[in-house]
Design a protein. Structure first.
Length: 571
């Protein structure tokens, strides 16, 4: 039997042991808490740099999106070597690396030491480190992004493989791999992510367009002067007019190269030549002309036939390629299959018309739906060209009732309505004029530095000055009147026999007089006829203007490729 003293000693020992266990457990719990806190902190930092790396990808994409011309500027890219696994070339497969190019058009101070050196020379010049506030603490995340470009080779058939090539034989489509690196300053947290995107232009090589392209006949009965695109038919192959039908001429019109347009045959100044910052390679002249002795076509006055190599037409007299050319013609007739079936697709890459009878002319409208951007947001049936224009037009001028208050409600976005009057030199980008689209004497649309792609519904008379590309669009005829929206019918809407013969129902008229000439710097495309091109007018191909139009950011589109995001590489 234990005594009270013995029992008290045993209790004391038990209490001491329990206290030691409690202390040990407390220390263990404290270490666990510290470990979890550190783990949570590391996880937070890892997520932070990962999110900033993804943000850096977006910033790199936006940088090139805002500078579309950089994609084709060979001075800003350097070829990757087949065995180069350094930043950013190593992010692309070994088999394709030697045919791709890395960014070298200006670097970025990744580490913040106020110098750009080493791999920093391969980064896009985006903004610097960004302090990110997390639970009251500012953590400076350093990040940078490089880019590797694959210029996709032009294909002769849709089944051809996609391969990379140099800029000389490339299409307007590219595949760009962005490589982003992010880290916390003075920390170990660091990550690398890559994203591959397809880059393409909504416009289909408009710098190759001839000054005048029409799916119907062209009638010149005045002094129209056309300055040719010297490389429209290929390098060194000039094209001034390309029409599916015939070009008729009565008067003193001429076509010529740009230099001949600026100077007379005797070498003296032919008009008032002036410079514009938006057209450094093409001085402008509103009242110059092509002197007869230097003309490519129509050196003879009156209605005499004198078509040079720059006139592509179908006269009906040179359709037999086995027979010699008729006198006064330098080319055989354009075959039906040689002319673009759908001029809208020729410019915008979107098929709007299809060939229903196999005659190589697209006369049946392709229908689609467009979601109304305003309540109730219903799907509206309309032609594919109309849906395209509603979606991508920067500005819609003079909208019809069908666009603003028709059966489907208001189809225009608020941003598409502008305070600028029409016509206006301040208009630029894709402008869709739905009615009352004439440009009168003294009026100007666009600028050389900020040109316009002016889509005009139906007919228009041009008496003023336009910088850019003018596209006259064929409309559906409903109950004898032109409609902004093509109605949904079964079978789909089809041009009449008369319209098919004319190439559509759009019509271009140009008027002008001495000292007040109508002039277009760029190109004109007509889904129909060009009639009454008379007076002292000029259509002047200007590569600077068309390139500036094509390079506007809204026309460049990036599309993420399936499986294009990866974190498999590390830098």
């Amino acid at each position: 039997m234990q005594t009270i003293r013995q029992q008290s000693g045993s209790v004391l020992i038990v209490v001491v042991i329990l206290l030691l266990l409690a202390g040990t457990l407390s220390v263990f719990a404290l270490n666990t808490g510290i470990f979890e806190q550190r783990s949570s902190g590391n996880d937070l930092k890892a997520k932070l740099v990962s999110e900033m790396a993804d943000a850096s990808l977006a910033q790199g994409m936006e940088y090139l999106h805002q500078h579309p011309s950089y994609l084709s500027d060979t001075s800003k890219w350097t070829a990757c070597a087949a065995d180069d696994k350094s930043f950013p070339c190593g992010s692309v497969p070994d088999a394709r690396r030697a045919s791709m190019y890395r960014w070298s058009g200006g670097g970025y101070d990744f580490d913040g030491n106020l110098t750009v050196s080493g791999w920093e020379n391969r980064m896009l010049p985006i903004s610097g480190a960004v302090p990110v506030t997390v639970t009251g603490n500012a953590l400076a995340v350093q990040y940078g992004v490089g880019a590797v470009i694959c210029r996709v080779a032009s294909k002769t058939a849709s089944t051809d493989p996609t391969i990379c090539t140099d800029s000389g034989s490339a299409s307007s489509t590219s595949v760009i791999t962005f490589v982003s690196v992010a880290k916390l300053r003075d920390e170990g947290a660091r990550t690398t992510v890559t994203q591959s995107v397809g880059a393409f232009n909504l416009l289909n090589g408009i710098t190759n367009a001839p000054p005048l392209l029409a799916s119907g006949s062209v009638d010149i009965n005045g002094g129209l002067q056309i300055v040719t695109n010297p490389n429209s038919g290929g390098i060194g192959v000039p094209v001034s007019v390309w029409t599916r039908r015939a070009l008729t001429k009565t008067g003193t019109s001429n076509t010529c190269y740009y230099n001949e347009f600026l100077h007379s045959s005797s070498g003296g100044t032919n008009g008032t030549v002036y410079s514009d910052a938006g057209s450094p390679n093409y001085p402008l002249c509103d009242n110059c002309n092509c002197a007869g002795a230097d003309s490519l076509s129509y050196t003879a006055s009156g209605s005499q036939v004198d078509a040079g190599i720059d006139i592509l037409q179908n006269t009906g007299v040179n359709s037999d390629y086995s027979q010699p050319l008729q006198a006064g013609y330098a080319n055989y007739d354009v075959k039906p299959q040689e002319f673009p079936c759908d001029l809208f697709a020729q410019v915008f890459r979107t098929k709007a018309w299809e060939d229903a009878d196999g005659d190589n002319f697209c006369e049946r409208k392709i229908m689609t739906t467009y979601k109304n951007p305003n309540p109730p947001g219903s799907l509206v049936p309309m032609g594919a060209d109309e849906a395209y224009l509603f979606q991508y037009a920067k500005t819609i001028v003079n909208p019809t009732a069908q666009s603003t208050s028709g059966a489907w409600g208001n189809l225009t976005q608020s941003s598409q309505l502008t305070s600028n009057t029409y016509p206006s030199a301040n208009l630029n980008g894709l402008v869709w004029c739905q009615q009352n689209c004439d440009v009168n004497s003294g009026e100007v649309v666009g600028k050389a530095s900020a040109p316009v792609l002016l889509v005009i519904d139906g007919a228009a008379t041009i008496k003023g000055k336009i910088f850019g590309l003018v596209f006259l669009r064929t409309q559906a005829i409903v109950n004898g009147s032109a409609a902004t929206l093509t109605p949904l019918t079964v079978p789909p809407y089809k041009m009449s026999t008369t319209e098919i013969l004319a190439g559509g129902n759009a019509d271009l008229t140009m008027h002008g007089g001495a000292g007040n000439s109508a002039v277009v710097y760029g190109a004109m495309i007509v889904q129909g006829t060009a009639t009454k091109l008379n007076g002292s007018n000029s259509i002047v191909y200007n590569g600077d203007v068309l390139q500036a139009l094509s390079n506007q950011p809204p026309f460049l589109k990036f599309v993420g490729l399936p499986g294009g995001w990866s974190d498999r590489v590390s830098y």
